[in-house]
Design a protein around this ligand. Structure first.
Ligand SMILES: CC(C)(COP(=O)(O)OP(=O)(O)OC[C@H]1O[C@@H](n2cnc3c(N)ncnc32)[C@H](O)[C@@H]1OP(=O)(O)O)[C@@H](O)C(=O)NCCC(=O)NCCS
Length: 161
C-alpha cells in the first residue's frame, strides 16, 4: 500500500504544470500578513483578517510556501508531523496547477525535515480541495460531524511519508 502510494505521488509530482511565478519559501513572515490575508479573503467566504494572519505567522512552528502574490500554503511543523493549516489561491488563478506546485514544495520540505505524517481537515463540501488532496494520495482517518458553520462535516486527511 505504502509503495503504491509512493508511486502515485512520484507520478503526480513529475507531471507538474508549467508555472510562471516563482515560489517563495519563508518561515512565517509577519510582514506578509496583509498580502496573505487579501489572498485568503478572496479565496474563502470568510477569510482571515490581517490580525488573524499576523497571529498565525508569529508562531515559530508555522511556515509559508507562497506562490508570488497569488497563493500560499500555511503549515505547521511540530515533531515529525506537519499540519496544513490553510491553502489558498486567488480565484482568478485557480485551476492552473498552483496549489499542486505549492503542495509539492511543502512535501519536499517535510521530507527534508523527516516529517512522517502530513494532515489537515477539509469540508465535505469542498470538492476542489478534496480532489487536490486525493491527487496527493491523502486518505481519510477521521470525520467530525457538522463541524463547520454551514453544517458540513470535516474530513480529516493524512499522508504518511
Ligand atoms: C483548493 C485550491 C487551493 C486549489 O488550488 P488550485 O491552484 O486551483 O489547484 P490546482 O490547479 O493546483 O489543481 C490541482 C488538482 O486539484 C483538483 N482541483 C482543483 N480545482 C478543482 C475543481 N474546481 N474541481 C475539481 N478538482 C479540482 C484537481 O484534482 C487538480 O488536478 P488536475 O488539474 O490534474 O485535475 C483552490 O481552489 C482554493 O484556493 N480554494 C479556496 C480555498 C480552499 O478551499 N482551500 C482549501 C481548504 S481545505
Amino acid at each position: 500500500m505504502q509503495q503504491r502510494r509512493q508511486k502515485l505521488l512520484n507520478r503526480f509530482m513529475s507531471s507538474q504544470a508549467a508555472i510562471e511565478k516563482p515560489i517563495d519559501i519563508a518561515i512565517g513572515r509577519v510582514e506578509d500578513a496583509k498580502l496573505l490575508a487579501i489572498i485568503h479573503q478572496e479565496a474563502f467566504p470568510s477569510g482571515w483578517s490581517i490580525a488573524q494572519m499576523q497571529e498565525s505567522l508569529a508562531s515559530p512552528h508555522n511556515y509559508v510556501v507562497r506562490h508570488g502574490d497569488v497563493g500560499f500554503v500555511l503549515f505547521q511543523l511540530v515533531g515529525d508531523e506537519c499540519e496544513i493549516i490553510t491553502i489558498a489561491v486567488l480565484p482568478k488563478f485557480q485551476g492552473k496547477g498552483i496549489a499542486r506546485e505549492m503542495l509539492i514544495e511543502v512535501i519536499g520540505i517535510c521530507t527534508a525535515m523527516q516529517v512522517k505524517k502530513v494532515f489537515l481537515e477539509v469540508s465535505t463540501k469542498n470538492t476542489a480541495a478534496i480532489h487536490l488532496y486525493e491527487k496527493f494520495t491523502f486518505t481519510e482517518y477521521n470525520r467530525r460531524n457538522k463541524y463547520y458553520a454551514d453544517g458540513s462535516d470535516a474530513i480529516l486527511l493524512q499522508l504518511m511519508l
